[in-house]
Write a protein that binds this ligand. Structure first.
Ligand code: IMP
Length: 200
């Protein structure tokens, strides 16, 4: 059976493949369908965007599609940047721009608690889409550290660790991350579809 991962983000694909063995599934991604335009992520929630991506790619390809949408939710900012994490400091902004904005918004604030959250949607032809989610708690530090990962990783220290996601090895990040937890939830809830297992 074929499964399309509804993304053209190479970091995301790499992490998903590092976390999951898609046993028995012939997995491809939106890269394999260059004729399909990018899905516009204009939902107000992570759930809405994940569902939109999965449903549009499923309709366009006629194949089961899996999509995720993730964001950083900062407690003292009432959950911002959340669904707007990618383009928080404007269209075409870089990860660096967003990290600078995060530091500005938190300047002088004592509460630095935050979480990353991922929603995964699965769309099967002719069926209603379903979602699962995963999150990881942590806090935002004052100076970026580390060079691995992407996005807000250099500013995010997961609970129980002293290093940022950008300092931790990808093996560690891929065990505890929001995306890993959401993928585990996906494999538990949709076990009839995914005969998958977490990589040891
Ligand atoms: P996406 O929905 O997974 O593309 O994530 C949207 C945005 O959230 C990304 O552009 C990043 O800024 C941020 N983000 C999502 N996941 C991560 C992560 O694992 N580390 C750091 N930033 C992330």
């Amino acid at each position: 059976m074929k499964l399309v991962i509804a993304t053209r983000n190479p970091h995301k694909l790499e992490e998903i493949h590092a976390i999951f063995n898609f046993q028995g599934l012939d997995v491809c991604s939106a890269f394999d369908f260059p004729e399909i335009p990018d899905v516009i992520e204009d939902g107000d929630t992570l759930e809405a965007n994940a569902i939109k991506k999965a449903v549009e790619i499923c309709r366009a390809t006629g194949l089961p599609a899996l999509a995720d949408d993730s964001g950083l939710e900062v407690e003292v900012l009432n959950g911002a940047p959340g669904v707007y994490s990618a383009r928080w400091s404007g269209e075409g902004c870089s990860y660096h721009d967003n990290n600078l904005k995060l530091l500005r918004e938190l300047a002088g604030k004592e509460n630095r608690r935050a979480q990353f959250r991922t929603v995964i949607a699965l769309a099967l032809p002719g069926q209603n889409p379903q979602t699962v989610e995963g999150s990881v708690q942590g806090w935002i530090i004052e100076t970026p550290r580390g060079s691995q990962g992407f996005g807000y990783d250099p500013l995010f220290v997961p609970a129980g660790y002293n290093q940022t996601f950008a300092e931790l090895s990808s093996e560690v990040k891929n065990k505890i991350s929001h995306r890993a937890r959401a993928l585990n939830a996906a494999s538990n809830v949709w076990n009839h579809f995914f005969q998958t297992s977490e990589k040891p």
